[in-house]
Structure formats: structure tokens, C-alpha cells
Design a protein around this ligand. Structure first.
Ligand SMILES: Cc1cc2nc3c(=O)[nH]c(=O)nc-3n(C[C@H](O)[C@H](O)[C@H](O)COP(=O)(O)OP(=O)(O)OC[C@H]3O[C@@H](n4cnc5c(N)ncnc54)[C@H](O)[C@@H]3O)c2cc1C
Length: 430
């Protein structure tokens, strides 16, 4: 029986291991963390079992739906008519439908029309047409389609706080795919509809774990792989874990590309350089349990010079939770001084923002706070991004490498990781 090691037990590694066990292979899944899930992992928030980072499902997440169907658990997926808001210069506005756009007071009618038409036609653009936007600069594309003024008012600050100095070198195909994913997750042009998995992503993660283990696969937590080993014929022979070398016929790596060069230094220099050149944004994500809601919205965009966050996500307005639960994400390159701030500094600032958004909130309304950090939360996809990545079938025979960068032009999602995990497992058969 063929023996395969999978490195990283996020959704991609779990999906790959699940497929491999279905193929009848002997699988070991190695995970650095003390739990499965990667960015999707849950934690015990003082009695509330919830993801460290917010997660919702969109209407286009087909690979996720296919997997839920296969596992006979589609009934665990629930859809909600969600509300969106836009906090602009000290005022909260409704957002996300034509009427909200028309009544938004900070844009003239022509800019509103151009912006609305651009968003509408972008979300209807066919998936296969992404290649036309591959080499195009995202900011130029948004300005050309929606007008300079709507870019300045609606996008500029959001981009600055999400992408920082990378803003002027982003692929339009990548930004378009995000607009399309959200734009198509609607019941009508008037109503957004987003999904969640009952009791959170862990319901699916645990089920994958069960399936893998019931077919003889093994999941090793707290077990980082330090090296992938290959022989003189350039064929993979195994992995190194602590001081042990363990033999495998094939190896799949799903960990962030930034770690690959250290783990597999024998790859061709050209590929190592490409892995190292993929830029990433980190996230410091605060999670609050509060006695009162912040707003009625699930998603609230923020464009206000007094806020250094692009938005807040009020999870309890999507998924039933015992308390009002709000994520406050700070996205930033790790090179930024602020990334080194203590948890306490972030808490003080984020709490002051929530109190500005809902002036009725007082200190005694905050029940619980958690801070999570993920170094590689989001790859930065510049124009022609796919040409900058080595192939998933690596230069070493029997070794396959991918991470969330390989979704391109799609945005990060559990669904895309499931898709790629399956694809990686299928490659081992060819
Ligand atoms: C703030 C935030 C919000 C998000 N919101 C959504 C959302 O709303 N909807 C959605 O669908 N998706 C969302 N995502 C994205 C989603 O979580 C990711 O796309 C998905 O988890 C990626 O899975 P992965 O397995 O590809 O990678 P990861 O989750 O990064 O998993 C990689 C794993 O590799 C492990 N690892 C690293 N080094 C080693 C080593 N040497 N040996 C062994 N293991 C190692 C890591 O510990 C990790 O568990 C969000 C992510 C973030 C950060």
C-alpha cells in the first residue's frame, strides 16, 4: 500500500488526507498546532466554542457544497438574509443594495450610477473571463469602471487598511473574484444571503478527521515537519519529524509557502526564490463578547480617518450565539511596527472603536475578549500572479506543494482549500 504524508491540517490538508484515504492509501497528516483547522480552527472562548477568525459561506462555494453532500451533512449548512452597513466619516449607513447606494449622501448621482453598474456587471461576469483582468492593475480597473470619485470615497481607505503599501500592485482579477463571490451570494439584487455551518466550521473539520481516522489515516498534532527528504534521483523518500526520518512514497505540503524554502531547501533555486517572493498580510483579530449589539449588520465596512480597521464582523448577526459576538480584524504586513503591539494595546483601541460605532456601549458591557494572530493570513496577488508560482507538482518526484496562494484568482476560503486539497490528492494518482 502506497504511503503518503500530508503536511498541515487546515482544510486543505484535511481534504487531501480524506481523498487519499478514499484512494486506499496509508496516510499520516502532520500538524504543527495542538488542534486541526489552521485558520479555521476553533477555540474555547470561555464556554463558547468558536473560530479564532470569522467564517461565513457564500452561494458560490461549490466545492464545499459537494463535500457536504458527499458526507451527507448538507443539512448543517444554514442561510441567512444578512445586513451590511457602511460607516463613513462618523455616520452609519445602510449598504449592499441599490436603494442604500441611491440614498448614500457622499457621492453624486453619476458616480453612484457608475459604481453600481460596475459592481453589478462585475458580479455577473463569467468565471472563465478572469484572464482578461489578470494583467490589469486593480485600482486602475476600479477607477476606470466606477469612476475616480467612487474609488476615493468607497475603496481607498478600505484598501489602505487591508493591503497597505501593496495597494498599487494588486491584480484586478483577484479583486474582481472577491466582488463576484460576494455579489453572487444574494437572493436578489436587494438581498444578500450568507451561510454558516451549524456550530461553526469545526463541525466539518471534525467530520473529516473522523472519516480519515476511520479509514486508517493518522493525524499527528503538535508535530511539525522540519524537512522533506529526497534521494539522488530527485525522488521524495520521506519527512523529518523531530529527530526521526520517516519513509513515504509521496508527500503533500499545504503549509504557507513562506515556510517551504526552509523545509525543502533542495528544491531548485528558481522555485525557492518564487516561494519567498510571495507577499503576505498578517492579521491580529480581536473577538468580543458584548452585552449589547454593536449594529444590526453582519458586515460593517468602515471608512473613517479615526478608525484603523477596514470593518467589523458581528458574527451573532449571522449565526445564533449565546452572546453578541463581534470580530475586529487588523490586517497588516508583519513588518509594520503596529504588528508588535501588545494584545492590551489592540484591545484598548478596538474597544474605543466599538464604543464609537454604538455610543450606548459602556465598559461594563464587554464580557470577554480574545486576541488571535496569524502571520500569513492572506497572500497578496499582484497582476499575473499565477505566473509567479512554481507548479503544484514540484520539481521533486512525488512531492506536491500548494497553499492559499494557489486559489488565484479566487479569494481565500474553506471551499477553495477543499478544492485544492482534492486536486493535490488526485495528482498523486497520475
Ligand atoms: C481573518 C480570516 C477570515 C477568514 N474568513 C473566511 C470566511 O469568511 N470564509 C471562508 O471560507 N474562509 C475564510 N478564511 C480563509 C480560510 O480560513 C482559509 O482559506 C483556510 O483555512 C485555508 O486552509 P489551508 O488548509 O489551506 O491553510 P491553513 O489554514 O493556513 O492551514 C495550514 C496548516 O499548516 C500548519 N503548519 C504550518 N507549518 C507546519 C509544519 N512545518 N508542519 C506541520 N504543519 C504545519 C499550520 O499550523 C496550519 O494548521 C478566513 C481566514 C482568516 C485568517
Amino acid at each position: 500500500m502506497s504511503k503518503v504524508a500530508v503536511i498541515g491540517a487546515g482544510p486543505m490538508g484535511l481534504a487531501a488526507a480524506y481523498e487519499l484515504t478514499k484512494q486506499g492509501k496509508q496516510v499520516d497528516l502532520y500538524e504543527y498546532d495542538d488542534r486541526i483547522g489552521g485558520m479555521t480552527a476553533h477555540f474555547d472562548f470561555n464556554g463558547m466554542n468558536i473560530e479564532r477568525y470569522y467564517h461565513f459561506v457564500c452561494g458560490q462555494d461549490q466545492p464545499l457544497f459537494d463535500l457536504l453532500d458527499e458526507l451527507n451533512m448538507r443539512d448543517k449548512l444554514h442561510w441567512v438574509d444578512t445586513k451590511m452597513g457602511y460607516y463613513y466619516n462618523g455616520q452609519l449607513h445602510k449598504w449592499g443594495d441599490p436603494f442604500s447606494l441611491l440614498t448614500f449622501p457622499h457621492l453624486d448621482l453619476i458616480s453612484k450610477f457608475r459604481y453600481g453598474a460596475h459592481m453589478f456587471f462585475s458580479s455577473r461576469r463569467k468565471k472563465e473571463q478572469w484572464k482578461d483582468l489578470d494583467s490589469v492593475d486593480a485600482v486602475k480597473w476600479l477607477k476606470k469602471g466606477g469612476g475616480d470619485k467612487s474609488y476615493k470615497i468607497l475603496w481607498e481607505r478600505l484598501f489602505k487598511l487591508k493591503f497597505h503599501h501593496y495597494t498599487d500592485n494588486l491584480s484586478a482579477a483577484w479583486i474582481w473574484a472577491r466582488i463576484r463571490r460576494m455579489g453572487q451570494s444574494r437572493r436578489s439584487i436587494f438581498q444578500e444571503s450568507l451561510g454558516y455551518i451549524e456550530n461553526g466550521s469545526e463541525t466539518l473539520l471534525k467530520r473529516l478527521q473522523q472519516e480519515i481516522e476511520s479509514k486508517g489515516g493518522k493525524i499527528h498534532l503538535n508535530t511539525p515537519v522540519t524537512r522533506v527528504i529526497s534521494n539522488q534521483n530527485n525522488k521524495v523518500t520521506g519527512v523529518k519529524v523531530a529527530d526521526n526520518e520517516i519513509n513515504y512514497d509521496q508527500v503533500i505540503s499545504t503549509i504557507p509557502l513562506q515556510y517551504v524554502a526552509k523545509m525543502i531547501p533542495q528544491l531548485p533555486d528558481e522555485h525557492l526564490t518564487q516561494y519567498k517572493q510571495v507577499q503576505n498580510i498578517g492579521v491580529v483579530c480581536l473577538l468580543f463578547k458584548i452585552k449589547k449589539p454593536v449594529t444590526p449588520n453582519f458586515w460593517l465596512n468602515i471608512s473613517d480617518n479615526n478608525f484603523e480597521i477596514p470593518g467589523v464582523i458581528e458574527m451573532s448577526n449571522l449565526r445564533p450565539l449565546p452572546e453578541h459576538t463581534v470580530y475586529v480584524p487588523y490586517y497588516m504586513p508583519q513588518s509594520l511596527e503596529k504588528f508588535k503591539w501588545s494584545d492590551e494595546q489592540f484591545i484598548v483601541e478596538a474597544q474605543s472603536y466599538l464604543k464609537k460605532l454604538n455610543p450606548e456601549l459602556t465598559d461594563s458591557d464587554f464580557i470577554d475578549i480574545n486576541v488571535s494572530r496569524y502571520a500569513f493570513a492572506q497572500p497578496i496577488c499582484q497582476p499575473d500572479f499565477a505566473h509567479h508560482l512554481p507548479p503544484m507538482r514540484s520539481a521533486i518526484e512525488g512531492l506536491f506543494i500548494a497553499d492559499t496562494s494557489y486559489y488565484y484568482p479566487e479569494d481565500r476560503s474553506i471551499s477553495e482549500s477543499i478544492h485544492l486539497g482534492k486536486q493535490l490528492a488526485e495528482m498523486t494518482e497520475l
